[in-house]
Design a binder for this molecule. Sequence first.
Ligand code: FES
Length: 105
Amino acid sequence: MPNWVHAAHVDDVPADCGLELVIASRIIGLYRVGDQFFAMDGICAHQGGPVAKGGICGSIVTCPWHGWQYDVTTGKHELSEIRQQTFPIERRGDELFIDMQVPGI
Ligand code: FES
């Protein structure tokens, strides 16, 4: 069963970097790609850096610590099979909700 949690207003999400949020004791990165929004685990799989605060170009976010890059639409690392957890996101008017009820949580 989905567990939709309010995350942010659409205007809170910058166009050029992620928005770091703490939701249900998890650090989540919220990203804007065009007029769509995506949510991904905000802790980098490399060494735990704040990928949620990384700069974004298209759908690619760059971790500010060592430059690992992930596609925020899938969570996939650019050069390997490593995959960050992603979360379903739903827009209701101008408010964004994340489904925190996903396998492994
Ligand atoms: S911690 Fe993110 S690239 Fe190293």
